[in-house]
Design a protein around this ligand. Sequence first.
Ligand code: B12
Length: 222
Amino acid sequence: MPDFEALKKAVISGKRIDAVELTKQAIDEGVDPQELISRYLIPALNVVGNKFEKKEIFVPEMMIAARSMQACMDLVKPLLQKDVNLHQGTVVIGTVFGDLHDIGKNLVKLLLESLGLKVIDLGVGVKSKKFVDAAKQHSAGIVGLSSLLTTGDPYVLETVNAMKGSDISSNVKVICGGAALTRKFVEETCGADAYAKDAAEGVRKIKELLGIPAAPTPSRGS
Ligand code: B12
């Protein structure tokens, strides 16, 4: 069995070389890449966040841990890129103005691409007008906002308002995710079409909003 606890510890303490080596081992042993991300890599960053909150670590340590996570993600990425040529719809995605966090956004992007959706990634610190312009330019069916900082709430609200007040509002749905957000704030206060607590829920909701049928469940005995 791959040593998952050692992998988590390596990410938490920012030991990039060890984290990469342990990720390689897990991949070689056939561990499901999505499970690797959701059960070990993301929880490792949650531990980092808690340590930061308790002032046990500071920004540089948080940054080094994030880099270790990203190095592991780079290894997992090719395993998730499958049906990239299906073109089932277009999603514009970005992290809201004032916020530079992008690990979660990049993960959502990767999963959407693996389902055959075209993703236009606007990067981080994106102003509301840029979301609207990109959605128009690419005839997107979905705009996805990521927000990790509570100070980003006004920009989430501003961007949802800008999308809903634009002349393309009837063609584009807005979904928001990220640690700073709640379903109540996103759906009730901002009036977005959906909130997602994690990438898996985000992908499921985006498919629903675009009208993409859920994958058929295998029938019994098949
Ligand atoms: C890594 C990290 C950093 C890295 C970011 C590196 C990078 N390239 O992203 C660095 C070190 C740069 C950083 C900086 C800062 N950070 Co920081 N950071 C984190 C940390 C530890 C992990 C974030 C992360 O990547 N998680 C893993 C990913 C996979 O999870 P996620 O982003 O939530 O995404 C998932 C879902 O939310 C969802 N999702 C996310 N986006 C979207 C979008 C859509 C469309 C959908 C559908 C779904 C979806 O899907 C994802 C996968 O399931 C968090 C703690 C935490 N537990 O979140 C703090 C945290 C977010 N940071 C925090 C702070 C305070 C900061 C700084 C202000 C610190 C400082 N004093 O400078 C700066 C801000 C800089 C800026 N202007 O943005 C606070 C925010 C507190 C708050 N309530 O506002 C947190 C919560 C830490 C804490 N507990 O205090 N940070």
